[in-house]
Design a protein around this ligand. Structure first.
Ligand code: CMC
Length: 423
């Protein structure tokens, strides 16, 4: 029997019965009872804002799938470029499709010289790379006539290729500027992660990339590529719903990601571990969190009430990377924190487990990335997810410009008081 829900408006005795599908019922039920009645749902805790076929997340059981494929299988067997194709097209590519896709991405990696010479050079020498990256995303759109042709599928596709291809170039450019090193141009003969790492680190001609680090970067890109309706993706959809161009929408999404409760958490984790300083200080730190003096960064998630499956994969990747780079000295503190927190009723009762950001920063640091580049590393692959949601939004006939309602709690109407009469 089909599942339904019946809602009664006790003010009028009117009832409405609507179907429940996939655990969701339409808010139009409320509208049909009374168009001036609204649901108060701060932070969208109980609201499904869209239908989506891109990513499946079961937070109770710690399951994450892109296009139906388990994240564990993708991390082990796929590549970031293949995953980006999957997110945007709904299917894994055939070998011919992958060859075209990889070629097209690879041949859009260069950026206009003015982006570097005029735009990036204008930043203060110690500008945060994520602030530079956010601004560079918005600025990039001004270089392309077609950026605003969002109703033209061919133009949309072109912008998608450009954004996925150019974000690593812009990220590396922001980093090289911040340390005063000359910019490395993209190398179209190597893989997506290898090209990024080469633009980051190459000095002279003798740069050799360890394949373990290339694979680790690709795995981290895969794990961060999408995560359904998180804060950044929601920002992408909200801004995209006004028909803004994808560069401006992605800049909004990246701004949301910048915050320490979202993508900025990986940076906050490493700063937290450094402040804790040693394994002996872990119990006192956990106590201070329980006393409300701060949060255990890299723990907890709005949706996962179980171990974040990405954190498990990242923990394994960390060991692979440390075999090459040497162990990050902060690892022992992180392991102890995890051990203590997972046995402590405060964290157990609230179902707080390590999330994607808990171990990723340790890998980034071991690979040589400065802490303030961490969120940029998150944003590079997440651009593919943002664009997949942007495309889905534009094709969705149910969607309109985002425009929530409010519960007004301010003063009633009152007369203007001239300045001289105000006390
Ligand atoms: N440390 C200590 N207590 C916590 C933590 C934490 N990391 N996270 C949640 N809590 C407590 C919180 O104080 C609250 O307790 P009480 O019921 O006594 O008031 C309870 O757990 C529920 O927390 P909440 O803030 O209502 O949960 P939320 O779903 O709104 O927040 C979160 C989710 C990710 C913002 C939060 O867990 C957090 O701040 N974590 C630390 C930051 C972090 O690691 N963020 C990365 C998230 S994963 C990657 C991403 O999405 O970008």
């Amino acid at each position: 029997m089909a599942e339904t829900i019946t809602i009664t408006d006790d003010r009028t005795g009117q009832t409405v019965t609507v179907p429940i599908e996939g655990g969701v019922f339409p808010a139009s039920a409320i509208r049909s009872l009374d168009p001036s009645l609204f649901v108060y749902d701060p932070a969208y805790m109980q609201t499904a804002s869209c239908k989506s076929a891109i990513t499946y997340l079961d937070g109770e059981n710690g399951i994450l799938r892109y296009g139906g494929y388990p994240i564990e299988q993708l991390a082990e067997q796929s590549t970031f470029l293949e995953v980006a194709y999957l997110l945007l097209h709904g299917e894994l590519p055939t070998s011919e499709q992958l060859a075209v896709w990889s070629h097209d991405i690879t041949h859009h990696t260069f950026i206009h010289e003015n982006m570097r010479k005029r735009f990036v050079d204008g930043f203060h020498y110690d500008a945060h790379p994520m602030g530079m990256f956010v601004s560079a995303l918005a600025a990039l759109g001004t270089f392309y006539d077609g950026a605003k042709d969002i109703d033209d599928p061919a133009s949309r596709h072109k912008q998608v290729l450009r954004l996925i291809a150019k974000t690593p170039t812009m990220a590396a450019m922001c980093y090289r500027f911040s340390v005063g090193l000359p910019f490395n141009y993209p190398n179209n003969d190597i893989s997506f992660p290898a090209n990024f790492l080469s633009m980051m680190w190459k000095i002279g001609d003798d740069y050799q990339l360890d394949p373990v680090l290339e694979k680790a970067m690709d795995v981290l890109f895969i794990l961060h590529a999408d995560h359904e309706q998180n804060c950044g993706t929601t920002a992408m959809r909200v801004v995209g719903s006004s028909n803004a161009d994808p560069y401006s929408s992605a800049a909004a999404a990246a701004s949301a990601l910048y915050g320490p409760l979202h993508g900025g958490a990986n940076e906050a984790v490493v700063r937290m571990l450094s402040e804790i300083g040693s394994v002996e200080n872990v119990p006192a730190f956990i106590q201070s969190v329980k006393d409300g003096e701060g949060r255990l960064m890299g723990f907890g998630h709005r949706v996962y009430k179980n171990y974040d499956p990405r954190a498990k994969i990242i923990k394994q990747t960390a060991y692979d990377v440390f075999d090459v780079t040497g162990k990050n000295p902060l690892l022992d503190i992180a392991l102890k924190l995890e051990e203590v927190a997972l046995q402590d009723p405060y964290f157990v009762d609230r179902k707080l487990y390590p999330n994607v950001d808990f171990y990723s920063g340790l890998i980034y640091q071991a690979m040589g990335f400065p802490v303030d580049m961490f969120t940029v590393l998150f944003a590079i692959p997440r651009t593919a997810g943002w664009l997949a949601h942007w495309q889905e939004l534009l094709a969705d006939k149910d969607q309109k410009i985002s425009r929530p309602r409010q519960w007004y709690i301010g003063p009633e109407s009152r007369d203007y008081v001239p300045l001289a009469s105000r006390s």
